[in-house]
Design a protein around this ligand. Sequence first.
Ligand SMILES: Cc1ncc(COP(=O)(O)O)c(C=O)c1O
Length: 299
Amino acid sequence: MALDIDFVRSQFPAFQADSLQGQAFFENAGGSYTCQQVIDRLTRYYVERKVQPYAPYEASRLAGAEMDEARDRLAALMGVASEEVSFGPSTTQNTYVLAQAFRKFMKPGEAIIVTNQDHEANTGPWRRLAEDGIEIREWTVDPQTGHLETETLENLLDENVRLVCFPHCSNVVAELNPVTEITALAHAAGAFVCVDGVSYAPHGLPNVGELGPDIYLFSAYKTYGPHQGVMVIRSALGALLPNQGHVFNGDVLYKTLHPSRAGSRPDCRQRRHGGLHRCAGAASRWTVRRAGRSGRVRA
Ligand SMILES: Cc1ncc(COP(=O)(O)O)c(C=O)c1O
C-alpha cells in the first residue's frame, strides 16, 4: 500500500505553522513534532484531567483510565503485557534507574557488556557500575565496517555476564542490528539483554515480544509523542530486580522502575526540552500573579 503523504502531513499541525514554512528537520534526537491526536490528548489532560488519578470522582477516574489505556495500547502494539510497559522522563533517566536496580541485583565480579556503537544513554549508566566491582566489557565495532560482529560478542560472553546492552539501530553509524540473533546468543550464555530502540522506534514500533530482548527502551518524544521515555521490562527479569520506586508501589512491575510515578504523567520530562518550555509558560503565569493581572505578559 502506498503511503498517503498528504494524509500523513495533515495530521501534523507543524506543517501549517507559518514560522516553520520552507524548513526540513533531520534532527529527531532533539524531538519530533507531534501529531494533532497527541496535542488534543495533552490539551484535554491540562484542561480537564490534571488531577491525582484513580480516585472516585469523574476527572480522576478518567485520568487513571487514560493512563491505563496508554499502557494497554502500547503493550498491544509491542506484543508484551501491559504491566511490562513503564513510562519515565526520558530514555536516559529510565536507563539510569534501571542501572541502580542492577547495581543491587548483581554481585561484584559479574559482568555487563556494552558497545561503542551506542548512545551514551545505554553505556554511561552501565559503565558507572564498575564503581561497585561490576566488570564492564566493551563489544567494539569493526573499525573498517562499523558493524558489531557476533563472533566478537561470542568471545566476550561467559558465565559471569549478566547483561548485554546494544542499540537496535545505531545513531552513530546507522547500523541496524539483528536483535533476535544477538538476544539468542546472550540468552544461551545466561545473560539478559537491554536494547536501546530510540533511533529505531521512529521508523516503526517493533514487536518486542517477537524480537525477544528482556529490556527495550525508546523515547516517545522522538516518535511524534509527548516528552516521555518508554521502557519495556519483561516480567521474568522484572521479578528479579529490586524496587526503585516508592515502598508502597513495590508490588506492580511498571511502578517499580521509576522513583516517582509522577514520571508517568503524560506531560512528563524533567530534564530539558518540553519540561523547560512548560516552565517558561508557568513563569508567565507567576508573572501575571505578581503583576496583579494588570500587565501584559508573554505567552
Ligand atoms: C540512540 C539514542 N539513544 C538514547 C538517547 C537518549 O534519549 P533521551 O533523550 O530520551 O534520554 C538518544 C538521544 O538523543 C539517542 O539518540
